[in-house]
Design a protein around this ligand. Sequence first.
Ligand SMILES: Cc1ncc(COP(=O)(O)O)c(C=O)c1O
Length: 395
Amino acid sequence: MKKNKDDSKKIESLVSKTAFQIPPSGIRKFFDIVYSMPDCISLGVGEPDFTTPWRISDSGIFALKEGYTHYTSNKGLLELRELICTYLAKKYRVAYDPETQVIVTLGVSQGLDVALRSIINPGDEVIIFQPCYVSYSANIMMLHGVPVIVPMRYEDKFKINPDLLKKAITPKTKAILLNYPSNPTGSTISSETLKIIAALAMKHNLIVISDEIYSALSYDSPHHSISAIDGMKGRTILLNGFSKSHAMTGWRLGYIAGPEFLIGMMLKIHQYTALCAPSMSQYAAIEALKKGDREVEMMVEEYRKRRNFITSRFNEIGLPCLKPEGAFYVFPDISSTGLDSNEFAIQLIENNKVAVVPGIAFGLAGEHHIRCSYATSMQNIRESLDRIEAFVKSL
Ligand SMILES: Cc1ncc(COP(=O)(O)O)c(C=O)c1O
């Protein structure tokens, strides 16, 4: 017994400082509780409740049956890269060359990792806007980069404040990491602000990493990519994928589009660490881009209905809630309850069996908010909001 203990101590001493220091995601803890409580309703999950449209899954199955189970080109299947370029050109008016400017990745997660690895030297600063997706800080820190946090405030509708951004730029700044529409707030970035960010990036010679994974889920106005602004294509690493738009989280498929030189650097990292994205998923994605538009529209329509309902219901309950412009999250303000976001989430799940994610999980600027995903059925949303109302009244 003692020997086992000594051994595990010795092994612990072998772990890298970085692995040790990175905090676990604040989201996972809540999922663990949800799984142990069968009658709990979860508004915590950040993935579509829809299953992948059948025609897309069927193409993946067909690929398996036909034996398309081998490595593909490191960059991904050419047909898929061509379709990705057509999609980007048609939807967001950004022109990329499928041969030299696109890599198919294992979700946006791997695209982000490859993008950061291709530009960060130890000590380099990357500006992120909080509240933001939980992986950003951790990904930067794993590469010995420094995440520089610019807060966004409820009073500003969780929009980027360009003055705060200007102040955050230093000689060590390498990149600005954007996410629009945003996880967790659902807020997006206006064309005017994108232009200001673009001008700053050009003035200070910065890369923009543009995580546009929720672009297809834009409810009020069309999505604009920063890459479409004059002069920006050469310094933008555009990340997008199929997880949210086509309900394909489990297929692990995304892509990077960028200037040829950076794509060349990223391709080396991708080659050595992933080889290629899963081949059957690539065949499924070809179908998604060829014939999946109708299904995406139907999902967006359903999310829009849920968004309208959940936003007005939170406001009715007395928890002020902005109407998100995209993605499938609301981020209501819970400060009137006197609880911090962790206390709120824990007491809500224990007393009224609804799981939400405490806003603090997305950075300090997320405190006094909770993230609720409306990627669940209308019935679940109605019932969970009744439970939240009862919880708030009981305080
Ligand atoms: C903003 C953001 N970026 C990236 C990802 C990762 O997506 P993928 O499934 O494509 O790896 C997520 C997933 O929730 C996300 O919310």
